[in-house]
Design a protein around this ligand. Structure first.
Ligand SMILES: [Fe+2]
Length: 296
């Protein structure tokens, strides 16, 4: 029992145009038809109504992260459990459920104050995806949107919170020259959540990056060409990770945190036979630090 996937993220953005351009024209995400000009700008990668909501406004930063659960009973069970251990958990209003395009949700803050949500019953869109540029599509569905990586005051204590209360399992650990991170899964995606110490100018609770996985290496290569051609600020050059074996690169979003665009990560299909390991490097090759300034 626990959460089943990274359902959605919401971001407050001051520059919707730059965000939309990066997400659609470079990464190929599909824009959801906007029915109300006051609603967020929604981005699709699969049959969910959306996976990313961009809310234009005066501030930049993460608005919320949604984790899906499999039943209404489980939604209420987790919410009441969180309340019982002193984590104030509030039912989302009807208008919030409507905005997230889910049947129901609860909101709470994690140990670092990160605005988290659990949700049930995503609204499905049966229309074919109209990708922002020609791409082969995205690896989401049962694996969820992708993954999110946060800076924490005490990443191992925070990991305990997610394991004990939301049902995450440890995938592996990486401790490298500057940082120490713990990777966790809630479905076969190698990690849907990772927590690290606050380095590179980050504060506890900051979103380091979120990841979107494309269906082909050519999607990654073509997007990389576009990033270089348009001089979009690279954080990490093209490379391959040691733990999930993903081939990816990272760029800075217009809101300051990173986005990883990747392909080909391995899955954890069989928990009983998964060996939790500790690595001492994040990369097999590439992933050179390309940014001259700290990220945030
Ligand atoms: Fe990542």
């Amino acid at each position: 029992m626990g959460v089943t996937q990274l359902a959605y993220i919401g971001v407050n953005v001051t520059d919707l145009e730059a965000w939309s351009d990066l997400m659609t024209n470079v990464f190929g995400l599909a824009v959801q038809t906007r029915t109300d000009q006051h609603s967020p700008s929604y981005l699709r990668v699969d049959d969910h109504h959306h996976r990313i909501a961009l809310q234009p406004g005066k501030t930049d930063g993460l608005a919320y992260v949604g984790w899906e659960v499999a039943s209404m009973d489980e939604l209420h069970r987790i919410a009441s459990h969180l309340n019982s251990i002193g984590v104030k958990t509030v039912a989302g209003a009807a208008q919030e459920a409507d905005e997230r395009k889910v049947l129901a949700l609860y909101k709470f803050r994690d140990p670092d104050g990160i605005p988290m949500e659990i949700s049930y019953g995503p609204i499905i869109d049966h229309e074919p995806l109209r990708y922002g540029r020609p791409v082969s599509g995205f690896n989401a569905g049962r694996l969820g949107l992708g993954h999110a990586v946060f800076a924490c005051a005490d990443q191992h204590k925070s990991a305990d919170f997610y394991i004990k209360n939301l049902g995450f399992k440890i995938s592996d650990y990486i401790a490298w020259d500057v940082a120490d991170a713990v990777f966790m899964h809630c479905n076969p995606r190698h990690h849907s959540l990772a927590l690290m110490n606050a380095v590179y100018g980050m504060k506890p609770g900051d979103l380091n990056h979120f990841m979107i996985e494309a269906n082909s290496l050519d999607d990654i290569g073509r997007a990389y060409d576009l990033v270089l051609e348009r001089k979009i600020p690279l954080i990490l050059t093209l490379g391959r990770h040691t733990n999930d074996l993903m081939t990816s690169f990272y760029v800075k979003t217009p809101s300051g945190f990173g986005v990883e665009y990747g392909f080909g990560a391995r899955l954890i299909e069989d928990d009983a036979n998964w060996e939790v390991r500790k690595y001492h490097a994040t990369k097999l090759w590439g992933h050179l630090l390309a940014l001259e300034e700290p990220m945030m």
